[in-house]
Design a protein around this ligand. Structure first.
Ligand code: MV4
Length: 446
């Protein structure tokens, strides 16, 4: 088993990783920026190192500072958490070159999944359903127009090095495609240092459904079922639930088999989320997120599996402690992301928390680093707490959620909590009738 893990992250996820380490009796090293020196996980860790100034590029994205901290403290592994360096193949490679375990997939798999065209081809070759499209990099506008004509408008232009919704352009007809083609390429170049773009049929009103997969070094690959993540705005998920009301047990099993088979074939090791759009009863592969995700907690609630602990055990070279047939989904879970943002404009809203009360009771889980007197800094993402509710079935879960959100008090800053209070009482949410555009439309009506 690993002896000492450096946690290269901050906020709620740093605490989440720290808790898993403590349970596994692994020593912890916290690294932090100047402003973060009093974060809860820094105080709870066995050791801590200040790695740089407040800007993320100086600290949580500062590879050499993080590596130095690992060397100085004698950490034998680095857990990148979510975001920051968690999908960075170069970082994973450098960490491994220093004889330190990167808690994530190999740098080769990070590279493969980071290239969206390669990822799509790979999944397709193992029978995972994909969206009709250009199948390769577009060489010219003329070629793009020809392919769009063949598959039919609307189409979407995507950056091969993009992902997470960044740098995508929808073209409703050839005029849009003509005016967006070069723009898409130059934006891809500016954002990802790679101007390769490809094209797909645009699905107008899909749901976002993703599968949580976990794989050990012995070829054991298990699906932990899906998460429904359609309630989002600007590619930022706001509320996630599991299971999805949109799919059947048969679809869950079929898709679980397809994604685990594909990841087994490529020798993937670690946790992964395989993201799909679901439209008219069909799944279309979008991307593989080769890391832990913020919303992993809803899957933990309905499966009873500690995904972070398993992730660390796998990185230590241990076998998965369960098989596919051991996975049983119990009840329903919903996660509410409490962001320090204006609930109407969604502008970040840093500031000091003057009063804080967290809800409790059976099935109420709070993953958060905040406390009374804590000042939300303006430098990082605005997530301040995740409220995760678990109950025996979806309706009870929504009722419990309403009560938990009513009990929640965060004074001094604006948060998304009020929006959530309205969402859990909305008939479309209650009926499970929504797609990826629902929230943006709803916000315009309030
Ligand atoms: C799409 C799409 C429609 N058609 N691809 C954005 C996130 C990235 N993982 C995939 N994305 C999309 N790809 C085709 N062919 C619509 C989106 C999309 C989206 C997907 C999931 C959740 C929110 C979204 C918001 C805007 C666009």
């Amino acid at each position: 088993m690993l002896q000492k893990i450096l946690i290269a992250n901050r906020g709620d996820i740093a605490i989440r990783v720290l808790r898993a380490c403590k349970e596994l009796e692994i020593k912890t090293v916290a690294v932090h920026s100047v402003v973060d020196e009093n974060l809860m996980h820094v105080k709870l860790a066995d050791e801590s190192v200040c790695i740089g100034d407040n800007k993320a590029t100086s600290s949580y994205l500062n590879m050499s500072a993080i590596l130095s901290a690992a060397e100085i403290t004698g950490a034998d592994a680095i857990h990148p958490g979510v975001g920051f360096l968690s999908e960075n193949a170069s970082f994973a490679k450098i960490v491994e070159a220093h004889g330190i375990t990167f808690i994530g997939p190999s740098s080769e798999h990070l590279t493969m999944m980071g290239d969206k065209i390669t990822a799509k081809h790979t999944m397709e070759s193992f029978g995972v359903p994909t969206v009709n499209g250009s199948a390769k990099v577009l060489e010219s506008l003329a070629q793009a127009l020809e392919i769009a004509e063949k598959i039919g408008y609307p189409v979407i232009l995507k950056a091969s090095s993009g992902g997470g919704g960044k740098g995508m352009k929808v073209a409703w007809n050839d005029e849009y495609l003509k005016s967006n083609f070069n723009l898409a390429k130059s934006e891809a170049k500016a954002n990802f240092g790679d101007d390769r773009v490809y094209l797909e049929k645009y699905l107008t009103n899909p749901r976002h459904i993703e599968f949580q997969v976990i794989a050990d070094k012995f070829g054991n690959v298990v699906s932990l079922g899906e998460r429904e993540c359609s309630i989002q705005r600007n590619n930022q998920k706001l509320m996630e639930e599991a299971p999805s009301t949109a799919i059947t047990q048969e679809e869950r099993e079929t898709m679980g088999k397809l994604v685990t088979n594909a990841l087994r074939q490529i020798g993937y090791v670690g946790v992964a989320t395989v993201e799909f759009l679901y439209d008219n009863g069909k799944f279309y592969f979008m991307e593989v997120n080769p890391r832990l995700q913020v919303e992993h907690s809803v899957t933990e609630e309905i499966t009873g599996i500690d995904i972070v602990k398993e992730q660390i055990r796998i990185a230590s070279g241990e076998k998965l402690s369960f098989r596919q047939e051991d996975i049983k989904i119990t009840g329903h879970a919903i996660e509410f992301r409490i962001n320090a943002e204006d609930p109407k404009t969604f502008m970040p809203c840093p500031g000091t928390i003057e009063e804080l009360y967290f809800p409790g009771g059976n099935g109420v889980r709070i993953d958060s680093h905040i406390h009374r007197g804590y000042t939300v800094p303006p430098y990082y993402d605005s997530l301040v707490a995740k409220v995760i509710i678990h109950s025996s079935e979806r309706h009870l879960c929504l009722m419990k959620s309403a009560q938990a959100l009513d009990e929640l008090v965060i004074d001094g800053i604006n948060t998304t909590a009020d929006l959530h209070k309205n969402l859990v009482k909305h008939k479309d949410i209650i009926n499970g009738q929504f797609d990826i555009h629902w929230l943006e439309k709803y916000i315009k009506t309030v």
